[in-house]
Design a protein around this ligand. Structure first.
Ligand code: MF3
Ligand code: CO
Length: 252
């Protein structure tokens, strides 16, 4: 069942998303050579708690951190560790906040210093996938219209689209109905209505779209170890279109 949020709930979700956006404004400039994923994770946890929120991923199905930090061939769910970022890396940051019971979810991928031309193209096109998907969103379209916007743009550039993980409804929980695949799937295909809140999140690989989970039970890597990028916004469906609730100044 897809929950339609009322005005009060939308205000709560908006506040949670605003807090996540301001966290990202702080984290983005910290992504530099020598900084470690654990540095960012500690910063994020302290920031969220100082502002009265709770890291939504921490403890979720046993996940051990505030952030997912996914470097290079890691697609999503990278567990923050002490390996410093190095020039040429691409770093994906994913975070959710529970603020007074209202949930936000967003992700971005940034370069560390100078990166390869291939990596630059991958970041640009993956972000374009998210932007194109958001531009299709208005009442009456179907989930598959979002999926098609992502998939067709990625495939046009010869990239692999990750199928094992999807976008999702969000707001009163971190994961709600509907699932939002990044490819046109034969599954349920509801129409959008005002008051739906969706997390749109293309995960796009330079090589094959196939992925596997490492032995830690979380870290998702590309099967061929090619680079992977991930961007995500929490978006409210409105009467005439949509509103991106997780806008931040840096990164996106
Ligand atoms: N950001 C992920 C998503 O969009 C959720 C991470 S799951 C966690 O679905 F377990 F790591 F929290
Ligand atoms: Co998400």
């Amino acid at each position: 069942m897809i929950k339609i949020k009322n005005e009060r709930q939308i205000e709560g979700i908006r506040a949670s998303c605003a807090l996540l956006s301001s966290l990202y404004d702080e984290l983005a400039p910290m992504i530099r050579p020598g900084v470690t994923p654990l540095d960012l994770d500690e910063h994020a946890r302290a920031f969220i708690e100082r502002h009265g929120g709770r890291p939504a991923f921490l403890g979720y199905e046993g996940y051990p951190a505030t952030l997912c930090i996914s470097v290079n061939e890691v697609v999503i769910h990278g567990i923050p560790n002490s390996r410093p970022f190095a020039e040429g890396d691409i770093v994906g940051i994913d975070c959710g906040i529970d603020l007074d019971g209202y949930y936000s979810d967003a992700a971005f991928t940034l370069p560390v210093g100078e990166i390869s031309a291939d990596a630059k193209d991958l970041l640009r096109v993956t972000k374009e996938c998210l932007d194109l998907a958001i531009r299709t969103i208005q009442p009456g379209i179907r989930i598959s219209d979002i999926s098609r916007a992502v998939f067709s743009h990625a495939v046009r550039h010869g990239y692999g689209v990750v199928r094992q993980y999807c976008g999702h409804g969000v707001g009163l929980e971190i994961h709600e109905d509907p699932q939002i695949p990044n490819y046109v799937s034969p599954g349920p295909n509801p129409r959008l209505m005002p008051g739906m809140v969706l997390a749109i999140e293309p995960m796009i690989n330079l090589g094959t779209g196939d992925v596997r989970v490492l032995d830690d039970g979380w870290t998702v890597v590309t099967m061929d170890r090619s680079l992977s990028a991930h961007y995500e916004h929490t978006v409210l469906v409105t009467k005439n279109g949509c509103e991106v609730l997780t806008r931040w100044n840096a990164g996106l």
